[in-house]
Structures are given as structure tokens and as C-alpha cells.
Write a protein that binds this ligand. Structure first.
Ligand SMILES: C[S@@+](CC[C@H](N)C(=O)[O-])C[C@H]1O[C@@H](n2cnc3c(N)ncnc32)[C@H](O)[C@@H]1O
Length: 174
């Protein structure tokens, strides 16, 4: 079976497609609204995004005035896309790093206000270790907020955008 990093390295085109569709995908309508409600008031916070992909959340965090934003992803290609998206920014740090090795980054203990992850933790090979590592680097009362994909969006046979009666491309069953 193909490794996850190879999968994301070779299917970056799929993510470009999703990115260019902006709001027209299932995640935007079904799953992301929860995250939009929970992940707010970022100004001044120190944040880490796990499985950051091409940097969507890191970009938002920078716009909203975080004091530090760290993004990690297992895929070289995702991180290099994220680097292109973000340009150089003294507040942002991106690392090619599997979440299973988060501790190898030596992020200071009790230093982060918020750890997020959008649609990546389902790939984690050692969830208990990840939670321990996250707990260690979060400040007291820091938050770990993540979302994983709901099977309603991933268990279909022909997954992909379809045309609705108006001829618009939409995600099916949403
Ligand atoms: C569905 S994409 C989501 C990307 C991004 N969070 C977003 O919402 O646009 C899943 C991401 O998780 C990354 N990933 C998969 N397994 C990982 C692991 N073990 N450690 C870190 N990142 C991983 C993939 O390379 C990919 O970028």
C-alpha cells in the first residue's frame, strides 16, 4: 500500500482542485462550520497546525494576528506548497515532520495556546503519544481542537464533484 506521504505528494493535484473550488466542497458545508465556531480569537496566540497541508489554517492565523504559527506535515510537497503560499514571514515556521514525531521538533513545553488539526489526525499511527506530546507543549488551559473526516464524505463509490440541476458543480449528498 502507498505511504501517506507519497499519497499526498502524488495527489497534490487533487488538493489544488479542492483549493480552487473554494467553498464548493463537502468539508466546507458539513465539517468546517464546527471548526469556524470553535477556532476564534486568534490574535496574539501561539499556534501549531498538525497536518497543515498547503497552509490554509496557518495563512488565516497570520492574517488574524497570531504571534507564532507552526505548521507540520508529513509531505514534502505540501510543505513546499505551503511555503510558496505563505512567503517569508518571521512569525511562521513550517516543518516536514510526521505528527508521530512531534516531540522531535523540541517545541518548548507549556508554550502554545492552541493546537489545531484539520482532517489529518485520522492518519495518526500513535494517537496516545500524539495527545501526550500535544499536552506537553500546550500552556495550561491551552486548547487542542481537531476535526477528522466524517464517513458520509468519504465512503461513496464515486467520490467527487457532480453537477446539480442548475449545472453547478457541488459535492454529492450535501
Ligand atoms: C486531508 S489533508 C488536510 C490538509 C490541511 N489540514 C487542510 O485542511 O487543507 C491531510 C494532510 O495530513 C497530512 N498527513 C498525513 N499523515 C500525516 C502524519 N502522519 N503526520 C503529519 N501529517 C500527515 C497529509 O500530508 C495532508 O497534508
Amino acid at each position: 500500500m502507498e505511504s501517506i506521504e507519497n499519497y499526498y505528494d502524488t495527489t497534490l493535484k487533487l488538493f489544488e482542485t479542492l483549493k480552487n473550488k473554494n467553498e464548493d466542497n463537502g468539508a466546507f458545508y458539513v465539517e468546517n462550520p464546527w471548526m469556524r465556531e470553535l477556532v476564534t480569537n486568534l490574535n496574539g496566540l501561539t499556534v501549531l497546525d498538525i497536518g497543515c497541508g498547503y497552509g490554509t489554517f496557518i495563512k488565516r492565523a497570520l492574517v488574524e494576528g497570531v504571534s507564532k504559527a507552526i505548521g507540520i506535515d508529513i509531505s514534502n510537497k505540501m510543505i513546499s506548497e505551503a511555503q510558496k503560499e505563505l512567503g517569508s514571514n518571521p512569525v511562521a515556521e513550517l516543518h516536514v515532520c510526521p505528527m508521530e514525531n512531534l516531540d522531535s521538533l523540541k517545541i518548548e513545553s507549556d508554550s502554545l495556546d492552541l493546537v489545531t488539526s484539520y482532517f489529518a489526525i485520522m492518519y495518526c499511527k500513535d494517537y496516545t503519544k500524539l495527545v501526550r506530546d500535544v499536552h506537553k507543549i500546550l500552556k495550561k488551559n491551552g486548547r487542542f481542537i481537531f476535526i477528522v473526516q466524517h464517513p458520509i464524505l468519504t465512503s461513496g463509490i464515486d467520490m467527487g464533484f457532480v453537477k446539480n440541476d442548475q449545472g453547478e458543480e457541488v459535492w454529492p449528498n450535501v
